[in-house]
Ligand binder design. Structure first.
Ligand code: MG
Length: 164
């Protein structure tokens, strides 16, 4: 088996037109929120961290080396495209998802009320049973950038199992 860790953080700013924040998307789901990520792609920190966890488990470089933020083609890009690339590499290496454990840290929005929806959407993206995916929401206790609502942070651990 292989284990990988993924981490991502995006600065949050007021959404356009008053700021540079993009609409907030987490795990492929849109959240109605006054602030959103400043990002080159769609800024989906959860999908970015999952992608990096899978690539990490495969011993591969991170998402930015496959999809650089200097490439105009990635401007505003749907982050599920990045995840699909990591999954293709995982299958080519003859691994499947064992389980994925995610922690999303932000003051708002609350993750809990949409947790099951996020898990179901991730299960569809990952083509695996929802029981293999866990998503937890935490706050940063109102301290530091995340706690002051100026950033969102995600940690992910992915276990991959060999396809026999
Ligand atoms: Mg990112």
């Amino acid at each position: 088996m292989r284990v990988g860790h993924g981490y991502d953080l995006h600065r949050l700013e007021p959404c356009a037109p008053s700021g540079r924040g993009r609409p907030l998307v987490l795990g492929g789901l849109r959240f109605d929120h006054a602030t959103g990520p400043v990002a080159h792609s769609d800024g989906d920190a959860l999908l970015h961290a999952i992608t990096d966890a899978i690539l990490g488990a495969l011993g591969m470089p991170d998402i930015g080396s496959f999809f650089p933020d200097t490439d105009a083609a990635n401007d505003g890009r749907d982050s599920s495209i990045f995840l699909r690339e990591a999954l293709a590499r995982m299958r080519a290496a003859k691994f499947s998802v064992g389980n994925i454990d995610c922690t999303v840290i932000c003051e708002s929005p609350k993750i809990g009320p949409r947790r099951d929806e996020i898990v179901a959407h991730l299960a569809a993206l990952l083509s695996c049973d929802a029981q293999r995916i866990n998503v937890k929401g935490k706050t940063h206790e109102k301290v530091d950038a995340v706690g002051e609502g100026r950033a969102i942070e995600v940690h992910v651990v992915a276990l991959l199992q060999p396809i026999s």
